[in-house]
Design a protein around this ligand. Structure first.
Ligand SMILES: [Fe+2]
Ligand SMILES: [Fe+2]
Length: 173
């Protein structure tokens, strides 16, 4: 069984490829299409696939095990997901306006948010989760995560896209 918490951490590594690509893109000329693909990645992989595993599947179980939501790590993570959605919304508007300067600024704010968010999950919340979840609960979570995946297609597609975005800004994969 692939440990579901490890799966979330592996997804962080895929998301970080796009954060790296966005950072490099802010310091060079890239076409609008680069940002269209980055927004597709963020909305469909980082948010729809990854954050929904966290918000709808992992966090409720952690709450049941006594990790607090309000004024605690779970609430903080959910607030940051919501702030990220605001950045994505603004990036969509900037794409429509063809505003590359605005896209550079907005995407760097998103990168800063997500980098620190991922650090907190990897180093604080997920280790806490491992400490409170039994083997049986991890297995149940595994089943719930599999419901989100379409046989790994989503992963494969978006990992390729992340690597293409890196290549587009001249970075090694
Ligand atoms: Fe998260
Ligand atoms: Fe995450």
């Amino acid at each position: 069984m692939l440990d579901p918490i490890q799966e979330l951490m592996d997804e962080h590594r895929i998301i970080e490829k796009v954060l790296t690509a966005l950072t490099a893109a802010a310091h060079q000329e890239v076409p609008l299409e680069f940002y269209e693909r980055a927004v597709d990645f963020i909305a469909n992989f980082a948010d729809k696939c990854h954050h929904s595993k966290e918000e709808e599947r992992l966090f409720p179980v952690l709450e049941e095990k006594g990790i607090p939501r309000e004024s605690g790590p779970i609430g903080c993570m959910c607030d940051e997901h919501e702030i990220g959605r605001g950045h994505v919304q603004r990036m969509r508007e900037l794409i429509k306006e063809g505003d590359l300067t605005g896209l550079r600024r907005e995407s760097l704010e998103y990168v800063a948010l997500l980098k620190s968010h991922i650090q907190k999950e990897d180093n604080v919340l997920f280790p806490m989760g491992r400490g409170v979840l039994s083997k049986a609960e991890l297995e149940q979570l595994r089943v719930k995560f599999d419901e989100v995946e379409d046989g790994g297609q989503c992963h494969h597609h978006y990992n390729e896209m992340a690597e293409e975005l890196l290549a587009q800004v001249g970075l090694p994969v």
